[in-house]
Design a binder for this molecule. Structure first.
Ligand SMILES: C=C(O[C@@H]1C=C(C(=O)O)C=CC1O)C(=O)O
Length: 183
């Protein structure tokens, strides 16, 4: 029998995900995107702020891992990186009222660390959104919708992602909704 601990650990893994430029196109594959999760898939502005509004008591960011690693081939293509180029990868859990609601994965090519961008390497438990949305240098591209392929019932099934641009540089933020957020 699976223990509670291994259930929790499994639910906190980011599953492989297929990305769609349009929510409607993802909806043809999985109508769940039009259900209660839709608000979270489309909310504009800072996701951290939107989650904070939903909290009754507290919000915090838990860093799962952070450091240089090789992005997935699909991320390499989307960001236009060189094959096998390493990037700074930050994976966190966005937690509301003491439990994980969203898993986030951000791919930051090293060029983004120029100038004020060097702060991106030292975020720790401070939300990335606080930096991106308070800095006029960064602008967000369109939101994409992700359909995940979970191998555990508590893993994310739906996700969103977007690029944030600063001049010719871009980083990519993916947010994977845990079912507990919208069920
Ligand atoms: C991009 C944002 O930042 C949030 C915080 C993150 C982090 O600290 O790593 C990652 C994704 C987020 O949703 C946001 O608030 O919109």
């Amino acid at each position: 029998m699976l223990s509670k601990d291994s259930d929790r650990e499994n639910s906190l893994k980011i599953p492989p995900t297929r990305w769609y430029r349009l929510l409607a196109a993802a909806g043809l594959r999985n109508p769940e995107v039009h259900g209660p999760a839709r608000y979270w898939l489309q909310v504009e502005g800072s996701f951290t702020q939107a989650l904070k509004h939903r909290c009754l008591e507290s919000f915090h960011v838990e860093v799962a891992r952070e450091g240089y690693a090789t992005p997935f081939p699909e991320e390499v293509r989307r960001l236009g990186l060189q094959p096998r180029q390493q990037a700074w990868i930050r994976e966190v859990r966005l937690c509301g009222d003491g439990q994980p609601w969203v898993l986030a994965r951000t791919v930051i090519p090293h060029q983004c660390f120029e100038g004020k961008g060097r702060q991106l390497r030292h975020l720790g438990n401070k939300p990335l959104g606080a930096f991106l949305f308070s800095s006029p240098d960064w602008s967000r591209g369109p939101l994409e919708t992700g359909l995940c392929l979970p191998d555990h019932p508590l893993q994310p099934r739906l996700a969103r992602r977007s690029l944030f641009h600063h001049g010719n540089n871009a980083l990519m933020v993916g947010e994977y909704l845990l079912p507990v957020l919208y069920r």
